[in-house]
Design a protein around this ligand. Structure first.
Ligand code: BG6
Length: 523
């Protein structure tokens, strides 16, 4: 049975506040609200969420009007939770040079609530706690719930928030929910989850987080495209030959095999982060850099992507799994040897594919995408590869055909933008060589780049949803991914290729481009 989408966005706000404001516009007191983190004993809370809220506090974006309640199943006191979070901050915060007083002022506003997600009584207790904190911290009853648990608990939490009256906004206070990925494991399960979410919250209360949208370099794609006069006229099929998107990691699955082995990289990275990145590259100019306009344009791109049939998925998608190898100079296990990975697992740790966008701007311009774990280098980069000039003038001087111009947008690390072109080599003969113009964030801006979660948590507190995935984006991205994943099982399933850890994925990934005389650029 196919589950129907739960909303036509009639209850989504038409315009939200501008998320691309300058820092000074956000002041302490703009966002008084309690933050409740479900899954407070987990990795995400310690590594990302607590450090992000601390950085917001240090930046003056939040203060004691923003108490935080960690909610989890294991028993601990407020003091124990504070001590654990202090340790986490020492390890993971980018603000480790803060003073003891600053750390203490922050951790004093942390609280802990033990409870079973399936027990409505605990939510009643949570409600009482929120009332006390509203009084003590002046939150005006505003509250942001953050679902950082495994997705299997989302349904219970959402239901119990509703039955205990915690989602009610009738007294003027806001109640919002941030939902971590993955939103479902396929289109049907995502629709079911969205129905569950909408059973408790309206779309304007929902913030589906995709941390790639909080990365400065990803937001800079909009500034770069629409804040400059010279690039946008060249941003189409007349000038662009093809686009390459690489999101490569050197890490393996680590201790996350329990989750990863059931997900695989297509669900883990492609359906969310990479399609978000791609839509920002491919979308039409929105009517304004704000609110729903951006999300509307992203949705149009997703609608225009040519869907994969099973045969096309088999031809245009390559999946791989890493074997033992050497990464960053150290021996690395193969995926099957990793802790908690079933010995015969067929889960993909690499995927490469060719996408086509059937619209006026991109018709005939392939988008080649690859992502994987245990690859040669940690790098996320978009390369816009331009067409060659119409005549090869320099061949008569013995030069090879000039390399294609490439505009490289480096998402991480060494964030920046580069442009490659050819230049005459100094000397009496007419030789041409490729050269590069480079912009680096680190040298252009003295400021430390904030972590993605900082921006996104603050936006959710302020009710700004543009940097969060809307329900229809999630739905359409699954529509695209489902046939790919389906092509990996059943009769004539697409093969699972292997690659040595520390390589750029299986050779078949290069073959995807070689078919049309192209190649992955060196990163
Ligand atoms: C997460 C994935 O969403 O993103 C991980 O679940 C992945 O598997 C991570 O490692 C990558 O994020 P970043 O910010 O390190 O590129």
């Amino acid at each position: 049975m196919t589950v129907k989408s739960s909303t036509d966005y009639k209850d989504a706000p038409t315009e939200l506040a501008n998320p691309f404001r300058v820092d000074d516009e956000v002041t302490i007191g703009d966002a008084p609200c309690a933050l409740v983190i479900f899954g407070a004993s987990g990795d995400l809370t310690q590594r990302k969420l607590i450090p992000a809220v601390f950085a917001l506090r240090q930046g003056g974006y939040v203060d004691s009007h923003n108490p935080l309640i960690g909610f989890a199943r294991s028993s601990r006191s407020d003091e124990q939770f504070r001590a654990e979070m202090s340790e986490a901050l020492k390890k993971f915060s980018r603000m480790r040079s803060a003073t003891v007083e600053e750390f203490t002022a922050f951790t004093n506003d942390l609280y802990y609530q033990v409870g079973d997600y399936s027990d409505p009584e605990t939510f009643v207790t949570l409600g009482k706690r929120l009332e006390e904190l509203a009084e003590k911290h002046g939150t005006h009853g505003n509250c942001l719930f953050y679902l950082a648990t495994p997705p299997s608990s989302f349904g219970m939490i959402l239901k119990n928030l509703k039955v205990s009256g915690l989602v009610d906004e009738s007294n003027g206070a806001f109640r919002r929910v941030v939902v971590e990925k993955p939103i479902g494991t396929d289109r049907d399960s995502a629709r079911k989850l969205n129905l569950q979410i909408h059973d408790s919250f309206s779309e304007k209360q929902v913030f589906r987080i995709d941390h790639y949208l909080g990365k400065e370099t990803v937001q800079n794609i909009l500034a770069f495209r629409f804040g400059n006069g010279i690039f946008e006229p060249l941003w189409n099929r007349r000038y662009i030959d093809h686009v390459q998107i690489t999101v490569a990691e050197t890490i393996g699955v680590g201790s996350r095999a329990g989750y990863f082995d059931t997900a695989g990289i297509a669900r883990d990275m492609l359906q969310s982060h990479i399609l978000q990145l791609m839509t920002l590259i491919a979308m039409e100019p929105p009517i304004a850099i704000r609110g729903e306009s951006i999300r509307d344009e992203k949705v149009k791109v997703l609608r225009a992507i040519k869907p994969f049939t099973r045969m096309e998925a088999i031809r245009n998608v390559v999946r791989g799994q890493y074997q033992p190898g050497v990464v960053d100079g150290a021996d690395s296990l193969g995926y099957l040897e990793e802790e908690d990975v079933p010995t015969k697992s067929q889960t993909e740790t690499f995927v490469a594919l060719k996408l086509e966008i059937d619209n006026w701007r991109w018709s005939g311009v392939p988008f080649y995408i690859r992502t994987g774990k245990r690859l040669a280098k940690r790098v996320s980069q978009v390369n816009i590869v331009y067409r060659r000039p119409p005549l090869a003038f320099f061949e008569e001087f013995g030069c090879d055909a000039p390399e294609q111009n490439v505009l490289g947008i480096r998402i991480q690390p060494e964030e920046g933008i580069s442009m490659s072109f050819v230049s005459k080599r100094p000397g009496p003969s007419f030789h041409i060589d490729p050269v590069r113009m480079d912009f680096k964030y680190s040298s252009a801006f003295a400021k430390q780049t904030p972590e993605a979660y900082e921006r996104l948590i603050l936006d959710a507190m302020l009710g700004e949803a543009s940097l969060f995935a809307r329900e229809d984006e999630v739905d359409l991205s699954w529509k695209l991914i489902d046939p790919i994943i389906e092509s990996w099982s059943g009769a004539n399933a697409a093969p699972l290729y292997h690659y040595q850890a520390g390589n750029w994925g299986p050779e078949e990934s290069s073959a995807l481009l070689e078919r049309s005389s192209r190649e992955w650029l060196r990163l």
